[in-house]
Design a protein around this ligand. Structure first.
Ligand code: HSE
Length: 436
């Protein structure tokens, strides 16, 4: 049987999963590919660590060039992560004619254009299914199975750490800090959880999904990114009373001349399927003009789920190799000359419903003053809640607005916060409640 030779850069958790998949499912992979996938070299800084998998002698090396400059190797799997040196290694491997499979969302979201241009020039593939939502085959769904659709939106719960924390806060009424600690104790959250909880990891992933769905470059720095560290138990409880759940939602919408790409805590109706995605699971909802709404759900992280995505890409590239080696599907699913440079809509232009919680003095006319400021900026109130339980000298007033432009909301809030009866900064959560 012919072989396809694979090299691995980085030998951490996902790399170990890849080795396990190649070993445990070797026969299945052969049956599906009619080739033998051979892991020829693994480059790692730590060649002595026991990862619980057995390797042929000579496979492990600390010399990167034994992978990226090895004439035998067809496919390089990059699992180092981060910016440099991963980027330089990938570019060097591409220059050497290697096909690339990577799980590196940060690299692809920020430097994807440069990497894709280099790969297109060389006529090699860059596959990154594992970069978004772990084991969920969302990228191949967009690029292949749903490729006859024009997508109007893509919504995602793309960070398991945040979804675990928000689910716990919602189910147990707990505050953010102790639940983050629990997530860290359980190994779901990193020792430094900043990228996850501040939404950066989610922003990397929606940058890639928006590019794939809408056929455009996406300027990562222009993505509005707000994490969950300021979400409080009280807002989750009010959301619950109003029929909503709070999720860290990644939002991509196509307006043809521009796109919306944003990440922030979002209230969604409890009746949305996305509202049922709990714990560390991920989900993505696409709306295509022919397929309609499609929801993909599954494990967003972890050794085996992420290895499954990596190996799916390795199999796809290997199949291309068996039929001549040219990539069958363009890297972003569009021909390179069809990729646009659509701008990302400024946040002030975004139209949404808004949940606003004011902390005010318990006096006459407070509500009239607040609603007056909202009215001054054409913001219409959809519903209101003023719970009886209150702090000694203050009261919470919760207002859900009809659709409003964010710039108008900001102008109204600036006025409201000047009122002497308003005691604290307003808490704002955007609401996504378009009918399904
Ligand atoms: N840290 C991510 C999460 C997984 O919590 O979902 C890798 O992207």
């Amino acid at each position: 049987m012919d072989t396809v030779k694979v090299g691995l850069l980085g030998f951490g958790t996902v790399g170990t999963g890849v080795v396990r998949n190649l070993q445990i499912n070797r026969e299945l992979l052969q049956q599906r590919l009619h080739r033998d996938l051979v892991l020829t070299r693994i480059a790692t800084r730590d060649v002595n660590r026991d990862r619980g998998v057995e390797l042929e002698p000579g496979v492990l090396t600390s010399d990167i060039d034994e992978v990226i400059a090895n004439p035998e190797i067809d496919i390089v799997i990059e699992l180092i992560g981060g910016d440099e040196p991963a980027k330089s290694y990938i570019l060097k491997a591409i220059a050497n004619g290697k096909h690339i499979v990577t799980a590196n969302k940060a690299l692809m979201a920020v430097h994807g254009q440069e990497i894709i241009a280099a790969a297109d020039q060389q006529g090699v593939s860059v596959m990154f299914e594992a970069a978004v939502a772990g084991g969920i085959p969302i990228i191949s769904a967009i690029k292949e199975n749903l490729c006859s659709n024009k997508f109007s939106s893509v919504l995602g719960i793309l960070n398991g750490t945040c979804n675990f924390i928000l689910t716990k806060m919602s189910q147990e009424g707990s505050d953010f800090a102790p639940v983050l600690q629990e997530a860290q104790d359980l190994g779901y959250a990193e020792a430094d959880p900043t990228f996850d909880i501040e939404g950066v990891d989610t922003a990397h992933k929606i940058a890639l999904l928006a590019a794939l769905c809408f056929g455009t470059s996406v300027d990562f720095d222009k993505i509005y990114t707000e994490g969950i560290s300021k979400v409080s138990a009280i807002d989750i409880q009010f959301a619950e009373q109003m029929g909503y759940t709070v999720k860290l939602l990644a939002i991509g919408k196509n307006h043809d001349d521009q796109i919306e790409v944003r990440v922030h805590p979002t209230m969604i109706p409890k009746t949305y399927q996305l509202a049922q995605i709990n714990g560390v699971f991920n989900a993505v909802r696409l709306i295509g003009d022919f397929a309609g709404p499609t929801l993909l759900y599954g494990s967003g992280a972890g050794m085996d789920a992420t290895a499954s995505a990596v190996m799916g890409d390795v199999m796809a590239v290997s199949r291309d190799l068996t039929t001549g080696g040219k990539p069958r599907v363009p890297i972003l699913g569009y021909n390179a000359d069809a990729i646009r440079n659509l701008p990302i809509m400024e946040m002030g232009e975004v139209v949404s419903h808004y949940y606003l919680r004011f902390t005010t003095a318990d006096q006459t006319s407070v509500l009239a003053k607040i609603s007056g400021c909202l009215g001054n900026h054409d913001i219409s109130i959809q519903s209101m809640l003023q719970p009886e339980v209150r702090e000694i000298n203050s009261v919470s007033i919760v207002i859900m607005t009809h659709e409003a432009k964010e710039a108008d909301i900001n102008a109204a809030l600036a006025e409201i916060e000047q009122l002497d009866v308003v005691l604290q900064p307003t808490c704002l959560i955007r609401v996504e409640n378009a009918p399904l």
